[in-house]
Ligand binder design. Sequence first.
Ligand code: HEM
Length: 81
Amino acid sequence: MWCWANDLAKHLPPFAYFPFGGGSRVCIGKAFAMMEAVLVLATLMQQFHLELLPDQEIVPWAAFTLRPKQEIKVRLQRRFA
Ligand code: HEM
């Protein structure tokens, strides 16, 4: 399975992965969306622990956006009571 660790995105060839488009019509909300995503994820991870449930095959599906082909089942546990 591939993952985004170790700055993978910086080592990809140009346009191998471009969720915000590129060139002169590149998404003008790119920086905002990336900042917002980090804040939302950090907030969620502060409050919940996510455990991936076993026996699942996670297949990337490159449609209009890159997404998992099937649902991903996780167990959500609140970190603080
Ligand atoms: C995860 C969030 C987002 C994704 C994946 C995304 C993706 C895209 C993509 C693929 C394009 C087309 C680029 C092209 O034609 O080459 C686009 C264009 C655009 N996006 Fe986003 N976008 C996101 C968030 C936002 C936000 C937050 C804003 C505004 C605050 C925004 C405003 C725009 C605008 C105005 C365009 C048209 C740019 C143009 O045609 O010159 N996007 N976006």
